[in-house]
Design a protein around this ligand. Structure first.
Ligand code: 13P
Length: 256
């Protein structure tokens, strides 16, 4: 069975002081527990060292929300994957819909970033998902297939260990409207089928596919109990210790 992954995407929230205290509280409540999955928080860049210190010695993994597409040099304002690795990061979120929308990130850029972070020994959480208008037009499967086809075959080092997919329907992000467990399962099964064609059946069967979009403690168990839903990428509910740990509890219960 695939290990679940519960990943908190803090987005542009929590500076070093607030991030340290949330990470310490999350780490404290996970301490000593034998988890059947992985728990990750992805703070803003400047908060990473404080979270690394707070999580030290605890089963709380550290991620980043983005990285540069070059591994150093004259690229003002960018952060190289190898620097993130040095700071204790193990996962990087790539292709989040907010970056696709506001920073105009396209497939070519996402491919460059993932190849580079893989080469630095980091794992990618690759986000994709349809817009509301696309779902209303019945095009969600076609859109998701195109997003996966645009990136997965061009990854040089991808394997089920260093690559995680995150299906995030854009209409569910930050809206309070969660995909139903049936909708999530349908899209995850479809993603796995498409990934199977692109990467091979065996790797696709081991690939973890997270659900993201208004995931909370009250719906985590139901979502994560579906056969192709291997955990969640959590926005708003990752910012409060009881909400986030409640989602981890849901993930644990889904493995009972
Ligand atoms: P919300 O959980 O706030 O809907 O955000 C989801 C998300 O974008 C995680 O990356």
């Amino acid at each position: 069975m695939r290990r679940y992954l519960v990943a908190g995407n803090w987005k542009m929230n929590l500076g070093p002081a607030a991030g340290r205290s949330l990470a310490a509280a999350v780490a404290g409540s996970l301490k000593g527990r034998k988890l059947r999955g992985d728990v990750l928080v992805c703070p803003p860049f400047v908060t990473i060292p404080a979270v690394a210190a707070a999580a030290d010695g605890n089963p709380l993994l550290l991620g980043a929300q983005n990285c540069g597409d070059q591994d150093g040099g004259a690229f003002t304002g960018e952060i190289a994957p190898s620097m993130l690795k040095e700071a204790g990061v193990s996962y990087v979120i790539i292709g989040h819909s907010e970056r696709r929308q506001y920073q105009r990130e396209d497939d070519d850029l996402l491919v460059r970033k993932i190849n580079l972070l893989h080469a630095a020994g980091l794992k990618a959480i690759f986000c994709y998902g349809e817009l509301l208008a696309e779902r209303k037009a019945g095009r969600e499967r076609e859109v998701v297939r195109a997003q996966l086809e645009g990136v997965l075959p061009r990854l040089q080092y991808a394997d089920p260990y260093n690559t995680v997919l995150a299906y995030e329907p854009v209409w569910a992000i930050g809206t309070g409207e969660t995909a139903t467990p049936e909708q999530a399962q349908q899209m995850h099964a479809w993603s796995r089928e498409v990934a199977g064609r692109l990467l091979g059946e065996q790797p696709a069967a081991s690939l973890r596919i997270l659900y993201g979009g208004s995931c909370k403690a009250s719906n985590a168990l139901d979502l994560f109990s579906r056969p192709d839903v291997d955990g969640g990428l959590i926005g708003g509910a990752s910012l409060k210790v009881e909400d986030f740990v409640g989602i981890v509890d849901g993930a644990e219960a889904s493995r009972d």
